[in-house]
Design a protein around this ligand. Sequence first.
Ligand SMILES: NC(=O)CC[C@H](N)C(=O)O
Length: 313
Amino acid sequence: MNFSDHTSIRQTLENVLEQSKSVAEKGEVASYIPELARREKDLLGVSVCLQDGTLLSAGDAHLPFTLQSISKIFSLMVALCEHGGDYVFRRVGKEPTGDPFNSIIKLETIKPHKPLNPMINAGAIAVAGMIPGATIEARLEKIMRLLRKMTGNADLRVNEKVYQSEKQTADRNRALAYFLKDSGILEGDVEETLDLYFRHCSIEVTTAEVARMAAVLAADGYDIRSGEQLFPREVARICKTFMVTCGMYNASGEFAIDVGIPAKSGVAGGIMAAVPQRMGIGVFGPALDDKGNSVAGVHLLQKLSQQWELSIF
Ligand SMILES: NC(=O)CC[C@H](N)C(=O)O
């Protein structure tokens, strides 16, 4: 594949989009956060950001959606930059779970009671607890500042409706957080940390922005557009490894075989995929499979990976 031929890249994006659109039929839009349930099922968009910064899109790439679990990568980045790996990994593990993203079971059965990894809800709530700052706004700002740089969008913001909707219905996440507090993993005010977590999950983006963020990760933290190293190489390496082992929840093994790209999904239907040293990809398709991953999005990434030989394995 010649990646300087933008017409043919665009054509491929249109083709894989067409091949994947009908797959959305097999999925369902997330409904446990009521505001997410309002989305039409058959939307599908894709953007690719090449290593020279060129951005190419197809389908519903202009529609905003919330990051949800994709944001767990960025809160982890901030925690690693603030505290370093030793501190972070004393409170959250490095192992995949094989359980659903919001599962509670292993928190109690495994000793010590630390969440197995930062990509499941329990682990991400523990990470949110590590983000320092005098107020929730100041803590959120640390994540927002990083994301504004990575996307180049100075107006990036939280979708208030989605945030409120999750906050009002998040009893399971509350249960996880209070258990973490009892186990000494979470320090400080539990409701404030939960609030930070709900807000970073509700940051609104488009596939183009997700592709840009993925391109920075693919380039080990280097942002071609500003010429800045936005975070250390080592942080990028850790995040991409988690994306391979835990990024697609308990479908990460299957995704590694079928697609083979470090990726992170969210229940709003987004997927961020970083092809090391080659490109960033953002996908949005709100119909989810039974593991909580965009059903058409995964299909589209599989087609793209086959066509362009993107698997890292
Ligand atoms: N898988 C997800 O995207 C989960 C994120 C969502 N905010 C939750 O906590 O349930």
